[in-house]
Design a protein around this ligand. Sequence first.
Ligand code: BG6
Length: 464
Amino acid sequence: MSAPDSDVLVFFGATGDLAYKQIFPTLQAMIRHGRLDMPIVGVAKSGWNLDQFKARARDSLEHHGGVDPTAFERLCSRLRYVDGDYNDPDLFKRLRKTLGGAKHPLHYLAIPPSLFGVVAEELARSGCAEGARVVVEKPFGRDLASARELNRVLHASFAEDDVFRIDHYLGKEAVLNLIYFRFSNPTIEAAWNNQHVESVQITMAEDFGIVGRGKFYDETGAIRDVVQNHMLQVIACLAMDCPTASGHEALRDQRRRLLRAVRPLDPSDVVRGQFRGYRDEPGVAPDSDVETFAAVRFHIDNECWKGVPFFVRAGKRLPVTTTEVLVRFRRPPRPVLDEEGPPLGNYFRFRLSPDVVIALGTKVKRPGESLQGERIELIAHHQAPDAMTPYERLLGDAARGDPTLFAREDAVESGWRVVEPVLGDVVPLHMYEPGAWGPTDVDRFPTPEGGWHDPREEPREAPL
Ligand code: BG6
């Protein structure tokens, strides 16, 4: 039996930052694309009325993506607002009334995880959780124990099938293409293993800092913010086995199997950095030792990937904003034909953002008498002009009850199991200058053979 569609969207934290920057633009886009046709109820404690709430929606759109007059009018006609304290049962009674005859509410908790418990409990007590689903944001917990505790709290009011944990990287077209590209090109998939692949590296670089998120970031750091979730999910998409059945659990099972095979990190596989000036940011402790940069070497303990390092480097205030994957293939053992220089291997380069590129590093013969060649890239730019944003895609999926692109409880726990040994100050912190590629002069910096690829340049070869 297919899951029933949600018939009302409720979002908690409706006057907060996430709603302002992300949720209103997403709702307008969904309405524009005909993907949202239900009442939308904002819940928050701001002492506002509906008109103030609508004004906030307009302000959000003016600053994030622009107001589409027709879609905005339709959005406003659907908006409701319920104001009150999340600890007050009366708020939930009023919410229940506002839901009217709706049978399948979709509750989106855009609030700090410390409030999940009380909100989930009150939703259940007031009858608002009946037939409902709940969507929660990352990071899901701070470590394995707190993630388990959050799961326990949510499961007291919602079944696992009704819990949708957002990792917006799983809603990105370019990330989903990693899965599709591999499994729908059998020749490529045949070489996608440790016999042929030498190493994989992922750079997730941002040239900006923490832009007003000091308090959140200083409790989080790069490993919890993007490595435990986004980066491990990208690795799962790159390295998982092909699903053997159809249906959403088949894909989630394979992602989970792969994450289970990722070896828990050893401190020697990690470098942590902090950009100079971070401690002066509002909300950041003056002696903070939270990392704004991490370079990590992962190992996957299964037959297919044994011996292939997966490198990740992620950070703020780096030289450029982009996310790029480089899969390097092994080189031939000796020069071929008349070749004089060292033999070159192939590589695939997947740029995931801001633009979407797939490039294959190959060699072709250089014009002339001898059989000598040169490196060229076969490049495809692959970006649909009006592609859905990850949030649009994911909220639409949650409203239809499709959990494929959401992180399942066991996958989230596997992610924490991998990073847990290096959380906190186990690994020393090194400073770096804003605009540099993280700290320099660090012994044992996890570095791929041939070096880290600078996404602003063509990949270089490792010297032999
Ligand atoms: C978020 C992190 O999950 O992802 C941010 O909290 C980060 O710190 C952002 O900037 C990056 O997302 P994207 O889609 O811009 O790569």
